[in-house]
Design a protein around this ligand. Structure first.
Ligand code: BES
Ligand code: ZN
Length: 885
């Protein structure tokens, strides 16, 4: 039996065709019993059946295999679960006959509290604490509920029965109910058999809920289930779901494949949402929208999350990745398509511009030497959780966007539809997607894309202007400042302002040149007769990577960079390009390929910026650079804060504090971001006004002075004035936290509390996160501490590590603790300390994240040193502050 241990995948002795699963959850005792009958096809000479099971106890006497043709019953001589590999090995005394048979197993388990497998979540009903039973199986936890072939490629049909459930409870599964038998206070509900699907998509929910319902134009019944009394909060998600299903039916040219779609808000939920086939589960905050107390940003996330999960109903559920190596096909694609759908439903949100900022995580993570290729080898179930990261999601989404823009939207859609049709009800690998796109476009997609998905990292393209030629040169971009010698096929696009000229070509080698005359040729002819020797001067600015459709960064020579800065100041660039110049410049500065002073000077060009996405990026950039400056040049901090406050004055004055009648969604979101930034940079007027409005809010939770869109900003501002001798703001916020039953409100408060500059309060806040008042998935919201609280947070992490790793240790939430608290440090001494601490406490689920965080600390440390040694920095900052805005 030992031979089956330590294998990445199950042996192919038997193929499961159909599962008949009966589960009996006991919500009071928090346990469940169950039985499964699997129709199996034995396809190899074997005395063994090897499948997955973990943390359940299998009743060995119940296990039998009945051969269909002969009706012969085989009983195993040995039944053993190997917990560390999550496998169940059944050994028989003789070789099993080929062909179909029925494997029966009964088992028992507990409804755990870890938010994976079959678990319990809690809620209040009529002031009483209640349990609900919920499943979360992706990636590898169906095995914690019933024995199964728990790999995405073993697709089968599922027939589910829930037995002896209190009859007042709502019971849900992937398919509609086919039969319900009530027996006194208990009921037994069975569901229609599902189409073929992977185990990680099976789902069950049992609890008390209200719902709202609608249907699509072709009759798919859609419901949103919410906590009792909150059905209204499900209406927005419901309308998004109905419209999105209709849109995807068109886009993929295949209808939604199940008769119903349920979406449920689950109070304890580790991810944001999960695409279970026909039964999508969400955190409360990702599904519910309250007209009065939710913010515009909440509305937008609900739309994106719903669109994302529904995209999976095709990309993931109907066509499933063959193995976790291809996880990005699921997540990268769903991420990309969720923006496509949201843009369709809400064009005024300019969501494709926002995509650049929201999905910038891929570019940041992939600039680390400790990154990994999109197609990543997976050798053990433990390794899967950590790849639900920015590489799979946002680098994946970026690459799809890059390819779509290269091939053209129409051709892309047509080829996708044929990919879906070809692999429907089956599995696919990355190369299958490329093949479909290659066939549909006639372009060598496989060759183009392999350099992007099979190797980690991405290029920075340096552009120089010399002798009327543009010179392009690619090297790997690394935040550490090192240079790799990897190459990519880079889709270069460029535009030149004065002539409205555009050009695109693939850079297939390390470097290439482009003749400016040739590039501008026709445009010059069209505009007039100016001489070619003036080309350099004529070409007022050049922007490479037009609209940021390529997954790379651009480094301009000084002349080109100056011209671009001018173009930004004069508002010649599109918002996407303004975003790109800023984001690249920040990254280059961090990698010490550009000075800090020139980054600040560039920021100055954005003083009349009004675009939401560009400003959001400018604000996050400012937070980060202020953190580095505080370590490197503390004596300049007052000036730097003044400069950053000055940068935001123009937009702050345009927006004011109160919503304008009929103002845009983007302005509503922008106001909150700007006010929060002003508070963090210590702008007294903002903090005073925030405090005034907060007091009005404490008197009346419905006051018009504090609409949901600016609440987070006001809470952040309130926390800036809190200290051990002035605790009232903090205590009031805790009161609001305890009173509200809206998770988005709770989250706003949690994410503001630790931003207090007083480390003693920070410590109190961090301890509060560990109490039962904060659901474990929400605790991570409170980890973003102010620079002054950094050391305290690290001590706290060390002191509580055992408890933290026990509580959050079995999923990806634990990685957030490491990233939030370790990565912001900026000294080599700290690296040693961190290294030593974790060396003594090895934990496989944070291995990759820890390496990445430590690399970030190194990068920050080097950045701080180099900023410290910039001679002219003080003069540049003074000059920037004294410029009139
Ligand atoms: N399939 C994931 C949920 C998931 C994440 C399962 C990690 C197991 C481990 C789901 O489709 C998803 O991607 N959810 C996102 C929301 C989305 C809008 C990015 C999430 O949970 O953050
Ligand atoms: Zn997803």
């Amino acid at each position: 039996m030992e031979q089956f241990k330590g294998q990445p995948r199950l042996p192919k002795f038997a193929v499961p065709k159909r599962y008949d699963i009966r589960l009996k959850p006991d919500l009071t005792a928090c346990k469940f019993g169950g039985s499964v009958a699997v129709d199996l096809d034995i396809v190899a000479d074997t005395r063994f059946i090897v499948l997955n099971a973990a943390e359940i106890s299998v009743n060995a006497g119940s296990v039998s295999f009945t051969h269909q043709d002969s009706s012969k019953v085989f009983k195993p001589s040995k039944v053993e679960i190997f917990e560390e590999d999550g496998i169940l090995v059944l050994e028989f005394g003789e070789t099993l006959p080929f062909g179909l048979g029925d494997l029966a197993i009964s088992f028992e388990g507990i409804l755990n509290e870890n938010m994976k497998g079959f678990y319990r979540s809690t809620y209040e009903h009529n002031a009483e604490k209640k349990n609900m039973a919920v499943t979360q199986f992706e990636p590898v936890d169906a095995r914690r509920c019933f024995p199964c072939w728990d790999e995405p490629a073993w697709k089968a049909t599922f027939k589910i029965t829930l037995a002896d459930v209190p009859s007042e409870l709502v019971t849900l599964s992937n398919m509609p109910v086919v039969e319900e038998k009530v027996d006194g206070h208990l009921k037994t509900v069975s569901y229609l058999e599902s189409p073929i699907m992977s185990t990680y998509l099976v789902a069950i929910v049992v609890g008390l809920f209200d719902y709202v319902e609608d249907h699509t134009s072709d009759g798919v019944k859609v419901r949103v289930y919410c906590q009792v009394g909150k059905a209204n909060q499900g209406k927005f998600a419901l309308s998004v779901a109905v419209r999105t299903l209709e849109l995807y039916k068109e886009y993929f040219a295949v209808p939604y494949s199940l008769p119903k779609l349920d979406m449920v808000a689950i109070p304890d939920f580790s991810a944001g949402a999960m695409e279970n086939y026909g039964l999508v589960t969400y955190r409360d905050a990702a599904l519910l929208f309250d007209e009065q107390h939710s913010a515009a940003s909440n509305k937008q996330s609900v739309a994106i999350v719903v669109a994302h999960e529904l995209a999976h109903q095709w990309f993931g559920n109907l066509v499933t990745m063959e193995w976790w190596t291809h996880l990005w096909l699921n997540e990268g694609f769903a991420t990309w398509v969720s923006y496509l759908a949201t843009d369709n439903l809400f064009p005024e949100w300019q969501i494709w511009t926002q995509f650049l900022d929201e999905c910038t995580g891929g570019l940041r993570l992939d600039a680390l030497e400790e990154s990994h290729p999109i197609e990543v080898e997976i050798n053990h179930a433990d390794e899967v959780d950590e790849i639900f990261d920015d590489i799979s999601y946002t680098k994946g989404a970026f690459l799809i966007r890059m390819l779509q823009s290269y091939l053209g939207a129409e051709c892309f859609q047509r080829s996708l539809a044929s990919y879906i049709r070809k692999h429907a009800s089956s599995n696919a690998k990355t190369e299958d997607l490329w093949a479909a796109l290659e066939e549909g476009s006639g372009e060598p997609v496989n060759k183009l894309m392999n350099s992007w998905t099979q190797q980690k990292g991405y290029p920075v393209v340096s552009v120089k202007i010399k002798d009327q030629k543009l010179e392009f040169d690619q090297t790997q971009f690394l935040s550490s400042g090192s240079q790799g010698d990897v190459q990519w096929i880079v889709p270069i696009t460029l535009c030149c302002g004065s002539y409205n000229a555009r050009k695109s070509f693939p850079l297939q080698t390390k470097s290439g040149t482009l003749d400016i005359k040739e590039f501008l040729g026709c445009s010059i002819a069209e505009t007039g007769s100016r001489g070619s020797n003036e080309n350099n001067a004529l070409c007022s600015w050049i922007k490479v990577n037009v609209d940021q459709t390529g997954f790379y960064r651009v480094k301009y020579d000084e002349e080109l960079a100056d011209k671009l800065r001018n173009a930004i100041e004069n508002k010649y660039l599109s918002a996407t390009d303004r975003f790109g110049v800023l984001d690249d410049s920040f990254a280059l500065s961090m990698a010490r390929q550009q000075s800090f002073a020139s980054l600040l000077t560039l920021l100055g060009a954005y003083r009349e910026e009004l675009d939401f996405t560009v400003l959001s990026n400018l604000i996050t950039t400012s937070y980060k650079l202020a953190r580095i400056a505080a370590d490197a040049v503390p004596e300049l901090m007052d000036l730097i804060n003044q400069f950053l406050i000055g940068l935001l004055q123009y937009s702050a004055q345009k927006l004011g504090w109160d919503p304008k009648p009929g103002e845009s969604h983007l302005d509503a979101m922008l106001r909150g971001e700007i006010l929060a930034a002003l508070a963090v940079f210590g702008h007294d007027l903002t903090i005073n006004e925030a405090s005034r409005r907060f007091h009005a809010f404490l008197d009346d939770r419905n006051t018009a002075l504090l609409p949901a869109d600016i609440r987070k900003a006001v809470y952040v501002a309130v926390m800036q004035r809190v200290s051990t001798s002035n605790r009232s703001g903090y205590e009031s916020l805790l009161r609001v936290y305890r009173e509200t039953d809206l998770s988005q409100e709770k989250n706003r408060i949690l994410s503001s509390l630790a931003l207090c500059p007083d480390p003693i309060i920070t410590l109190e806040v961090l301890n509060f996160l560990l109490t039962s008042e904060v659901r474990s998935q929400d605790a991570i919201m409170g980890l973003s501490v102010s620079s002054k609280g950094r050391e305290t947070a690290w001590m706290w992490l060390k002191d509580n590590w055992e408890h933290i790793s026990n509580t959050w240790g079995s999923g990806f939430l634990i990685t957030c603790f490491v990233t939030a608290i370790v990565a912001p440090f900026a000294s080599i001494e700290k690296v040693k300390e961190i290294d030593e601490f974790f060396k003594a406490r090895p934990n496989p689920s944070i291995t990759r994240t820890l390496k990445q965080s430590i690399e970030r600390v190194h990068i920050n440390a080097k950045w701080v040193q180099s900023v410290d040694s910039e001679k002219n920095l003080a003069d540049v900052v003074k000059e920037l502050v004294h410029r009139k805005y």
